[in-house]
Design a protein around this ligand. Structure first.
Ligand SMILES: NC(=O)c1ccc[n+]([C@@H]2O[C@H](COP(=O)([O-])OP(=O)(O)OC[C@H]3O[C@@H](n4cnc5c(N)ncnc54)[C@H](OP(=O)(O)O)[C@@H]3O)[C@@H](O)[C@H]2O)c1
Length: 305
């Protein structure tokens, strides 16, 4: 990295970083070196020896994230409700990759889980460099027929817990500056989905929230990414109640997590990424067509699938 100072007075300096001129205020040498360290670390993602907290790690995308992070040398904290699944995965990853894996069985659809997780890890002396908010589930059917308790849990997990955990760990992630915040959204985020109204809206929230946080933290040395998979072969559709809600050709977890890691490895990690080129084209159309048209197309797609 090439660094230089073009001008300097007591409160303002023009700094040159890799030939780009920027302005820094209230300049002192500590401030400049802090800023530059953070800009530098914003360009890379460290796996080996760091710790990633992954929610929803007992199956599907969460388990795949765990495997691919462990293969790159990352220690892990795995969270979901099914303790036996987490323990089996942890044992397998410890023996194959010689990483430290901590298992925290927990229902995340309760208020205050962010603080609870933070305190639990602090008690164990674990700090987190990367957070992957992946736990989530979907429901399918006309809203009037949906079970009120189930959709309340869906919102609590997909939205409230994700925000709460992000807020709780964000200071730690920023202080580390070595890792990433990944929130798993969906291609469901790009248009309202009649027949999956609640699920689509929760994922629209995740995408909007994550892109805003990415912008807030863009110079702070943290990669922030909303991952938007399309239909993916996991246990998701067992929970939804069958594959009738799956639109288009299914991807594998390996492909989806590969998309996320490729985005994180880029020097200019985008605020969001859609997995799969067909899904990318569809999401592009959904953002450009009139809203009424995208709603009608989404309704047809979910009905016909
Ligand atoms: N598969 C797709 O087609 C698709 C497409 C787009 C986006 N996504 C998103 O991808 C993410 C991962 O889903 P997946 O496809 O991997 O489905 P999955 O195989 O069903 O995995 C969901 C994970 O969330 C955990 N979970 C569910 N409720 C929980 C709770 N109350 N507390 C803690 N953990 C909970 C589950 O573990 P326990 O049951 O053990 O708690 C499981 O580990 C979700 O956010 C989903 O919305 C999936």
């Amino acid at each position: 990295m090439v660094v230089g100072l073009l001008s300097h007075d007591s409160s303002l300096a023009n700094v040159v970083i890799d030939n780009k001129v920027g302005t820094a205020y209230n300049v002192d040498s500590d401030y400049i070196s802090l800023r530059l360290n953070r800009l530098d670390s914003a360009m890379t993602m460290t796996y080996a020896g760091t710790t990633a907290l992954i929610t929803g790690a007992s199956s599907g995308l969460g388990a795949e994230f765990a495997g691919q992070f462990a293969a790159r040398g990352s220690n892990l904290v795995l969270v979901a409700r099914r303790a036996d699944r987490l323990e089996d995965l942890a044992q397998d990853l410890r023996s194959r990759h010689r990483v430290t894996v901590t298992v925290l069985p927990m229902d995340l659809s309760r208020a205050g889980v962010g603080r609870e997780l933070l305190d639990e890890l602090a008690d164990r002396g674990i700090t987190v460099d990367t957070l992957i908010n992946n736990a989530g589930f979907g429901t399918h059917g006309p809203l009037v027929e949906e079970d009120p308790d189930t959709i309340a849990s869906e919102i609590a997990l997909n939205v409230a817990a994700l925000v709460d955990i992000t807020r709780a760990f964000l200071p730690e992630l920023l202080a580390s500056g070595k890792g990433a915040l990944v929130n798993v959204a969906s291609t469901a985020a790009f248009q309202p989905i009649p027949g999956m109204a609640v699920y689509g809206a929760t994922k629209a929230f995740v995408l909007s929230f994550t892109e805003a946080v990415a912008h807030e933290t863009k110079n702070a040395g943290l990669n922030v990414l909303a991952l938007c998979p399309g239909a993916t072969r996991t246990e998701f559709f067992d929970v939804v109640g069958g594959e009738s809600a799956a639109v288009g050709k299914m991807q594998t977890s390996d492909q989806v997590v590969g998309t996320a890691l490729k985005a994180l490895d880029r020097k200019d990690t985008p605020g969001s990424v859609v997995s799969g080129w067909v899904n990318r084209v569809a999401a592009g159309f959904a953002q450009r067509l009139p809203r009424a048209v995208t709603v009608a197309i989404a309704a047809r797609a979910v009905q016909d699938s």
